[in-house]
Ligand binder design. Structure first.
Ligand code: IPE
Ligand code: IPE
Ligand code: MG
Length: 239
């Protein structure tokens, strides 16, 4: 079982189009796939689930779609947080949250505070997030520390860099799932995905179900993860 699963939830718009519905109907229909993924991850003992809900680049979509998405995030938080809390889920949001409207920011802060003491699944939602944004903000934080004399340039290594990223408290994803048929990263966790196993599913996000999730988990189970070592080395260690 992967410890950390990250998902690019793609295909809502195409799902809606195929049904002659507006794009926002596709986003709305995707909420049940989110619910299912959270439930299943918790059941299977996945420790961290990270969902890509809105990218830095998605701000460029038609205003109507962007505002429908923001409203949907507020509504989903209103509806789902109590249940997540009952299920011991710890919620965290990452991204340029200062770009969000105050109402949504407020809901996010409350949801995080309410679930902060939970010890079950760690659910991270990436909103207004971009891998490049993340790398730039980490670089700024490190540069600031150097400028203030807190650390030397040569003290900066992988570990110090990762500690400034949005997912600093989360191990790297073991498995990345992207639904919707595209085989690209679309500026998701550029640093953190270095050694993730990549699973691309043609299923559109609103139709992503237990069976589709299971396929991804079996693919993961079939992989030998070598992290640069040889297969023989990995077998000798017995992992
Ligand atoms: C993913 O579905 C949701 C977001 C990016 C917010 P899309 O809206 O990208 O769906 P397609 O790719 O147009 O089908
Ligand atoms: C990636 O999907 C972002 C999210 C799922 C939130 P996009 O639909 O924005 O990606 P591209 O534009 O097809 O690469
Ligand atoms: Mg898309």
């Amino acid at each position: 079982m992967p410890r950390h699963v990250a998902i690019i939830m793609d295909g809502n718009g195409r799902w809606a189009k195929a049904k002659n519905k507006a794009r926002h109907a596709g986003h709305r229909a995707g909420v049940k796939s989110v619910r299912m993924s959270v439930e299943m991850a918790a059941e299977r003992g996945v420790e961290y689930l990270t969902l890509f809900a809105f990218s830095s680049e998605n701000w460029a979509r038609p205003e109507e779609e962007v505002s429908a998405l923001m409203n949907l995030f507020v509504e989903a938080l209103r509806r789902e947080v109590a249940e997540l809390h009952r299920n011991n889920v710890r919620l965290k949001f990452v991204g340029a949250l200062d770009e969000l409207n105050p109402g949504l920011r407020n809901k996010i802060a409350k949801a995080e505070a309410k679930t902060a003491g939970n010890s079950g699944l760690r659910l991270t939602v990436a909103i207004a997030y971009g891998g490049r944004w993340d790398i730039v903000q980490a670089t700024r934080a490190l540069a600031r520390r150097v400028a203030e004399g807190e650390m030397a340039v040569d003290d900066i290594g992988d570990r110090e860099f990762a500690a400034e990223l949005a997912l600093s408290e989360t191990p790297d994803p073991d498995l990345l799932i992207r639904t919707g048929g595209e085989q690209r990263i679309s500026n998701f966790l550029l640093w953190n995905l270095a050694y993730a196993e990549l699973w691309f599913s043609d299923v559109l996000w609103p139709e992503f179900d237990r069976e589709a999730f299971d396929l991804a988990l079996s693919f993961y189970a079939s992989k030998q993860r070598r992290f640069g070592h040889t297969g023989d080395q990995v077998e000798a260690v017995g992992c």
